[in-house]
Design a protein around this ligand. Structure first.
Ligand SMILES: *Cc1c(COP(=O)(O)O)cnc(C)c1O
Length: 374
């Protein structure tokens, strides 16, 4: 079975094997604290930051909630930059912790328009922080964090970036872009098992977290509970050792390869070329992501039919989308270990077969056009 969804992604055998390694009690074994620390330093290389990195026990959503819980005090104004489902969803976390969410809503078919954001901020910039999604996974759009975050910071606004489906596939330079909290998860481009969030925290963000007037109304989401963990040799809860072994190994693979951003760019370009050459259309008008591709479901077939036939006749699992995109998009994940020529070729071959049977494609074959461009 080929799982070509935009996360969770295929896990390399080396990463799966390491999960089975024997381990000691991570609360007591001093060596574990160094192992955890070394893993965070490797992640910081991928993030391009000198900021502290934490690994939390919980799926990616924990990172979004922990950032909001730890930064917000009652009545704080937070700017939620919204050009998709995850961007919009930040509003819920902000309100849950007593913040006032102000949405900057843009066109959902395009990457965030930096000029429009500039105009908006010239009129109103009194926000404690802003939330932004690097790659909007439900629609396959990547926002230019390299321009948006420095602009926000210039207005004195801290930045929280959900880079769950981007880092490890798209370029990220946390320090250069001025990202205060960059949060990511194990099961997307890192191709590690589901269950971990990791995030970088700037000195400015730590200052806010450690100097609150009111306590964080959560224990699990309170980042301050981790402060000074290395010196104290203390975590707020027992760490999932085997998941961290796996994440460490998956990070080693990225660091060893070095050129993973280029690999994602090359494969994504070839997928888009194949899609357009065969007469299909892309959902996004700009900002097409390099970690997944969203294709409009063509006339004459329903998403469910495509999904089931690819699964049953070809053993390939692709994803549809949800919310306002339900039944409208075919999403092909080419992130992490799925971003390999052979896997993408087989996926496009299956899609070609399913659609060609119904005379939906022109004479160009999806997989062959992909191969031509690679
Ligand atoms: C996958 C993902 C998350 C984590 O959410 P789940 O729906 O639980 O997988 C958060 N943000 C983005 C942008 C994601 O792609």
């Amino acid at each position: 079975m080929l799982t070509m969804t935009p996360g969770p992604t295929y896990i390399h055998e080396d990463v799966r094997q390491i999960m089975a390694r024997d381990f000691l009690n991570p609360d007591i074994d001093e060596k574990f604290y160094d192992f955890y620390f070394n893993t965070t330093r490797k992640i910081s290389k991928i993030f391009n930051t000198v900021n502290e990195v934490l690994i939390l026990c919980g799926e990616g959503i924990l990172g979004l909630e922990a950032a909001c819980a730890s930064l917000i005090e009652k009545g704080d104004r937070v700017l939620c930059i919204d050009n998709g489902i995850f961007g919009n969803g930040f509003k819920d976390f902000v309100e849950m912790y007593g913040g006032e969410a102000v949405l900057f809503t843009c066109d959902y078919k395009n990457a965030v328009d930096v000029e429009l954001l500039k105009e908006f901020l010239d009129k109103d910039s009194s926000f404690k922080f802003a939330t932004l999604v690097h790659c909007e996974t439900p629609s396959g759009i990547t926002n230019d964090v390299s321009k948006i975050c420095p602009l926000l910071k210039k207005h004195g606004i801290l930045t929280v970036v959900d880079t769950v489906s981007a880092t490890g596939g798209e370029e990220i330079k946390v320090d250069e872009y001025n990202i205060d909290i960059a949060l990511c998860a194990s099961q997307k481009c890192f191709s590690a098992p589901i269950g971990l969030t990791f995030l970088s925290i700037s000195d400015d963000a730590w200052k806010i977290i450690l100097n609150r007037k009111t306590p964080v109304p959560s224990f699990y989401c309170n980042l301050a509970a981790f402060h000074g963990w290395y010196d104290k040799k203390w975590f707020p809860y027992t760490m999932p050792v085997n998941l961290i072994y796996a994440l460490n190994e998956a990070t080693n693979r990225l660091l060893l390869e070095k050129t993973y951003v280029k690999r994602h760019r090359t494969i994504a370009n070839a997928v888009r070329f194949a899609v357009l050459s065969s007469g299909l259309s892309l959902y996004a008008e700009s900002g097409n992501s390099n970690t997944l591709t969203s294709v409009n479901v063509p006339e004459g077939i329903k998403f469910k039919e495509i999904y089931e036939e690819m699964l049953n006749d070809h053993n390939v699992m692709i994803a549809g989308s949800f919310g306002i995109f339900k039944d409208k998009l075919i999403r092909i994940g080419h992130m992490g270990e799925n971003c390999r020529e052979d896997r993408v070729f087989s996926c496009l071959y299956a899609l070609d077969q399913v659609l060609r049977k119904r005379n939906i494609l022109n004479e160009n074959r999806l997989h062959l056009k992909f191969a031509e461009k690679i």
